[in-house]
Design a protein around this ligand. Structure first.
Ligand code: FUB
Length: 343
């Protein structure tokens, strides 16, 4: 891809070499990068590990048939990237059926927690958690999925008071629309609710229990509104939630960021509580090469970064590679849109 605007963005002061818009690693395919800075100051990235399985591409995402996770780490953006050994294999998750999708991780009191969406043996996505004393694993899976969990793309946010919240959900292959009545409907829509004039399907949030292994409350809907406070509608394809939630806090403001799916934008909304409501603010990243777009945002050495993926190395939508670019904000907390070009 010609990553014109990303390539022109100012590099952070300590950058080594020309890392901008380049895949962070090329030994394996990686996607959905969830980046964190734990206590040792390194950047740890928890991505999906894409593999070729020969499964045909479809709207349910069956071609994303991943089977394990591997962690990446680096001491700074632009520095050497280390590819760590397998952190969790699907064969070691007792309840798992298939498809290990986008993970996230958290740290609390000397332990690391890896959260992942996996289809159970009946083909329903659930969220699992696995634990380790090391940020890179190996992680030991809990025997059962998190109680009351469903759909995909967990993202864990630690607030300043130490409370952890898990955001999750994704429509189409992520199955969130099949839970519209509160329980799983196997005959439910394969895409969305087909109600373009009604409020869009809401992503979910639940506070995590103190031991980080279960929800501490029933999941609640996240409301995303326009500037006038009206809910974004199901037909508002350029702005409504599809999948890939990620939350961060900057200057006391909560940023709820996500993918719009079939319109291929990474966008964001802001609010004053981790529960929302969030007001739509704009685009973070224009469409990348490949169908999916999924990201995380974190700060390191005073600079904010967008970790994202595209398909530069393979040209195939299910074989992705993770990248990083500096993210800039204006004086109103507005994010400067990045444009990878090439779609
Ligand atoms: O990587 C598999 C799925 O594709 C993720 O869970 C979605 O967010 C999309 O990136």
């Amino acid at each position: 891809a010609e990553n014109s605007q990303i390539a022109q963005a100012a590099p952070p002061p300590a950058a080594e070499g020309n890392y901008l818009a380049q895949p962070l690693i090329s030994e394996i395919y990686t996607a959905d990068p969830s980046a964190h800075v734990w206590n040792d100051g390194r950047i740890y990235i928890y991505p999906s590990h894409d593999i070729e399985t020969g499964v045909a591409e479809d709207g349910a995402g069956n071609h994303f048939a991943m089977r394990d996770y591997r962690v990446l780490s680096m001491y700074k953006v632009g520095g050497k990237v280390t590819l760590h050994d397998v952190a969790l294999d699907i064969k070691d998750v007792p309840w798992a059926g298939r498809q290990m999708w986008a993970p996230d991780a958290a740290y609390k009191d000397g332990s690391y927690y890896l959260y992942s969406p996996v289809k159970d043996k009946s083909g329903i996505f659930r969220l699992g958690v696995a634990t380790s004393k090391s940020p890179t694993g190996p992680f030991k899976a809990q025997p059962q999925p998190m109680k009351g969990s469903y759909s995909i793309d967990p993202a864990v946010f630690r607030d300043d008071d130490g409370a952890h919240y898990i955001y999750f959900g994704g429509i189409w292959g992520g199955q969130l629309q099949k839970w519209a009545t509160g329980s799983y409907d196997p005959n439910g829509s394969e895409s969305d609710l087909g109600q373009p004039g009604a409020p869009a399907i809401a992503p979910k949030i639940a506070r995590l229990r103190g031991d980080m292994l279960e929800f501490d409350e029933a999941p609640r809907d996240i409301l995303i509104t326009d500037e006038a406070g009206k809910p974004l509608l199901g037909g508002d394809l350029d702005r409504r939630f599809f999948e890939g939630a990620w939350v961060f806090k900057r200057d006391g403001l909560y940023y709820f960021t996500y993918s719009t799916g079939e319109t291929h934008y990474l966008v964001y909304a802001t609010g004053t509580s981790p529960y929302g409501p969030f007001t739509y603010r704009g685009t973070i990243l224009e469409p990348v090469e490949g169908w999916t777009t999924h990201h995380s945002i974190t700060q390191h050495d005073g600079q904010w970064y967008l970790f994202y993926h595209d398909t530069q190395l393979s040209g195939k939508t299910h074989l992705r590679n993770v990248k990083v670019a500096p993210l800039e904000f204006d004086e109103n907390g507005q994010i400067r849109t990045l444009d990878p070009g090439g779609k």
